[in-house]
Design a binder for this molecule. Structure first.
Ligand code: PGA
Length: 247
């Protein structure tokens, strides 16, 4: 079973020229073909990145707009599909911090499913609680985010566990492997309750939050099926090392 590796570039790099440099580094090695590798660049770089990654990775979107019709400033599903987008990151904590609710997330998931795009659904607690309260937060967030997703459609989901406190430059570092194993088991249990064992066991659960070349081996041995990578995905050498951890 091939693992998943998703590069979440967020709002970096600052120019298209730099974006193409990163892609050049990525194309120099062929390890990415042995994984399901996706690159999610800022929308404005879609044209050049889509062309540049051909043969090594697929294009992904960092967000989607769950509607059709006329909407100034939005990028609709039809536009994403015209660029060949295969996967959409939905419910990333940085979008939730801008006001995205579980209800919005559930609507977006259904929109991408209808369009034949894979939804990568992000969930994760803001803080870890020594008494395990964060598990209940995780349960409700996942339940509400997946509201209305049918058992049939749940087979197309990917879930990314991304504890908010482990993400980005101000993070406390990645989650500890032991804690990650526990969260993965718990997420599987919730998916189990929602969709039944047969389907739930097959839904890939990924991890994201301060993944880098130094921690990817131990994090990969926790029952996860891949990584969602922010900062380290902008450095071809680190991204390659992370890919190798998953092979
Ligand atoms: P990070 O970001 O790897 O820079 O912590 C991960 C993410 O936000 O998906």
């Amino acid at each position: 079973m091939r693992s998943y590796l998703i590069a979440n570039w967020k709002n970096s790099p600052a120019s298209e020229r730099e974006a193409l440099e990163i892609i050049k580094g990525l194309k120099r090695v062929n390890v990415y073909r042995r994984l399901h590798t996706f690159v999610a660049p800022p929308f404005v770089y879609f044209g050049s990145v889509a062309k540049g990654i051909k043969g090594a990775a697929s294009l992904a979107s960092q967000n989607i707009f769950p509607g059709t019709g006329v909407h100034t400033g939005e990028v609709t599903i039809d536009i994403l599909k015209s660029f060949g987008v295969k996967l959409a990151i939905i419910g990333h904590s940085e979008r939730r911090a801008l006001g995205e609710t579980d209800k919005d997330v559930s609507k977006k998931i259904k929109t991408v499913l209808a369009a034949g795009i894979i939804p990568l659904v992000c969930v994760g607690e803001k803080d870890r609680d020594p008494d395990g309260e964060h598990f209940e937060f995780l349960r409700l967030q996942l339940r509400h985010s997946l509201e209305g997703v049918s058992k049939e459609n749940s087979k197309k989901l990917i879930v990314a566990y991304e504890p908010v406190w482990a993400i980005g430059a101000k993070a406390k570092g990645a989650v500890k492997p032991k804690d990650l194993s526990q969260s993965v088991i718990y997420i599987r249990k919730i998916l189990n309750d929602l969709f039944g064992r047969e389907v739930a066991d097959k839904i890939p659960v990924l991890y994201g939050g301060s993944v880098d070349a130094s921690n990817c081996v131990e994090l990969s041995e926790t029952g996860i099926r891949g990584f969602l990578v922010g900062r380290a995905s902008l450095e071809p050498k680190s991204f390659k090392a992370i890919a190798e951890c998953l092979i």
